[in-house]
Design a protein around this ligand. Structure first.
Ligand code: NDP
Ligand code: HSE
Length: 432
């Protein structure tokens, strides 16, 4: 067997410690598949004294991950610190500057600085690998960049944030009697190591948007463009809407969708109503899914654990095995990237669910539907629940396909109606 691949690991939290465990536990089979052993030789984290549940004896310790990236006696640097700037970015830049291959799970870094980092890696002639950055243990990057490379991809849809899917699944279960609060479930996701260091990145959709920007760059062969992604999170999703969605035959999921549209490439992350019988509606808990539609292959559905130590370490190790084998793919999948325009959200066309709390009195529905008529929004169905003269009742409207700008303009007028008592809930319906 040839010389081992030596690895320096920056960051020994959920994923870093998970990687050390995996590389030790499966050392033999990894060596067989990689053609040589993969051995961690150096590590860096902030607190040297912290018990990480994994022995660190014999490994060279660095307080400074940037110094480690530049100087450690290692073939590859793995960055598992996190964050789009600060030590994570400096570590990756230092490693590439020293012409060392880099493996990272850091989607924020790639979504924001992926163009410059890819240029640096390509100038240095070394791989910058990031399988773990999207959808945890699912080999989504490899699927798009290699397995589906011969296809024109028209659409990629994903459940890309395990924490949000976990929270929505628990809220759904609550409607069935399990009884969990949002804050409780989020705390549990943090404890299980699923959530980002700042969990608002999860619940506000930013983490899913980072991942979608990466998938869109690979799918459409264009430079990664996080700023083009329309982002909404799950804070506004209520138990009432989850229950009404069920009645209408839908499940609510936070989806990331990247597609070719009339005005260019559309990229959006927001809560969606998905028909209950669609495969993505059945993806629950910390599981993620990525659905790609290619012109020759048709629809490909990948599902697996999207977060946590084991699944994420599995994806990091897959990149290390590629590097040990000498496989080197262009960072963004193509040697030249096209600057396809981005379609703004205002040009999106689709169906909507609109839930209002209105005063139960004659003429209110006529006022609301009159506004929708004025903006050319056609109704598909309407439900009014309960009877409470002079008090608040929920009214649910679903629309046929219409343009987002028309729906938004109508909504602005509906909110201003005297009989509308609370900010409305607007959720897009995806029928695929
Ligand atoms: P953690 O917060 O658990 O771990 C971060 C690690 O980085 C800690 O060991 C910390 O040290 C170390 N660190 C922080 N700052 C410094 C510094 N200045 N110098 C040296 N070390 C530092 O994060 P995760 O393991 O959860 O995530 C790591 C990366 O993987 C992130 O980019 C994340 O987005 C990504 N990811 C995470 C997934 C998950 O399920 N957790 C899934 C997919 C991707 P110390 O321990 O001493 O504090
Ligand atoms: N915080 C992320 C999630 C980790 O919940 O999906 C995986 O990238």
């Amino acid at each position: 067997m040839t010389r081992p691949l030596s690895v320096a690991v920056a960051g020994l939290g959920t994923v870093g410690a998970g990687l050390l465990v995996l590389l030790r536990q499966n050392a033999e089979l990894i060596a067989a598949r990689a053609g040589r052993p993969i051995v961690v030789t150096a590590v860096s984290a902030r607190d040297r004294g912290r018990d990480r549940g994994v022995p660190l004896e014999g490994l060279r310790w660095y307080d400074d991950p940037v110094a480690m990236a530049a100087e450690a006696p290692a073939d590859v640097v793995v960055e598992l610190i996190g964050g789009s700037a600060g030590p994570a970015r400096a570590t990756v830049e230092a490693a590439l500057g020293a012409r060392r291959p880099v493996v990272t799970a850091n989607k924020a870094l790639l979504a924001l600085h992926g163009v410059a980092l890819a240029a640096q890696a390509e100038a240095a002639g070394v791989p910058l690998a990031y399988e773990a950055a999207v959808a945890g243990g699912i080999p989504a990057i490899k699927a798009l960049r290699e397995g589906l490379a011969a296809n024109r991809i028209d659409r990629v849809t994903g459940i890309l944030n395990g924490t949000c899917n976990y929270i929505l699944t628990c809220m759904q279960a609550e409607r069935q009697g399990a009884g969990r609060e949002f804050a409780d479930v989020l705390a549990e996701a943090q404890k299980l190591g699923y959530a980002e260091a700042d969990p608002s990145f999860d619940v506000d959709g930013i983490d899913a948007a980072h991942k979608l920007a990466i998938l869109a760059a690979l799918a459409f062969g264009r430079p990664v463009a996080f700023e083009a992604v329309h982002v909404e999170g799950i804070r506004g999703v209520s138990a009432l809407d989850i229950s009404l969605a069920r009645e209408l035959g839908y499940r609510i999921k936070l989806l990331g969708i990247a597609e070719r549209a009339e005005g260019g490439i559309a990229t959006r992350v927001h809560p969606c109503m998905v028909p209950v019988d669609h495969p993505i509606a059945k993806v629950d808990g910390v599981f993620n899914a990525v659905v790609a539609e290619g012109d020759f292959v048709g629809r490909v559905v990948l599902e697996g654990r999207g977060a946590g130590a084991g699944p994420t370490a599995s994806a990091v190790a897959a990149d290390l095995i590629d590097i040990a084998r000498g496989r080197h793919t262009p960072v963004w999948g193509a040697s030249t990237l096209s600057a396809a325009p981005a379609q703004p959200m205002s040009a999106h066309r689709g169906a909507y669910y609109l839930r209002l709390m209105v005063l139960d009195r004659p003429g209110v529905i006529a006022d609301v539907t009159g506004v929708l008529r004025d903006h050319g929004v056609s109704l598909e169905s309407m439900i009014q629940r309960g009877r409470a003269p002079g008090e608040a009742v929920p009214v649910v409207l679903t629309t046929h396909d219409c343009q987002e700008s028309a729906m938004r303009a109508a909504l602005q007028r509906i909110v201003a109606l005297e009989a509308v008592l609370e900010p409305p809930a607007l959720i897009r319906i995806e029928t695929f």
